[in-house]
Write a protein of this length. Structure first.
Length: 86
């Protein structure tokens, strides 16, 4: 297990990631476990594209169900309030 250093970068603490552990990402999620360990999870380079790719697996029937659910949410709601402009 490589040992690396922690340093200050402006007002933030940073960790040098050794070359053999480099991430192919521009953003990461970081969390602390109950044991106090930090877990760094790389985010996909283009999260929007990853989401669209995941949604491609659902068929038209699923999209119809979502639309029906959205349509039923508006039933019985009061009309929008009219307010003075700011």
């Amino acid at each position: 297990m490589p040992i690396t250093r922690v340093f200050m970068n402006g007002n933030s603490q940073a960790v040098r990631i050794p070359q053999e552990l480099r991430l192919n990402a521009t953003q990461v999620e970081i969390r602390r476990t109950s044991d106090g360990d930090l877990v760094i999870h790389p985010l996909p380079l283009d999260r929007g594209a990853a989401l669209l790719d995941a949604l491609q697996g659902f068929g038209a029937e699923f999209a119809d169900l979502l639309q029906a659910d959205r349509d039923s949410d508006s039933v019985g709601q009061a009309p929008p309030q009219e307010r003075e402009a700011l």
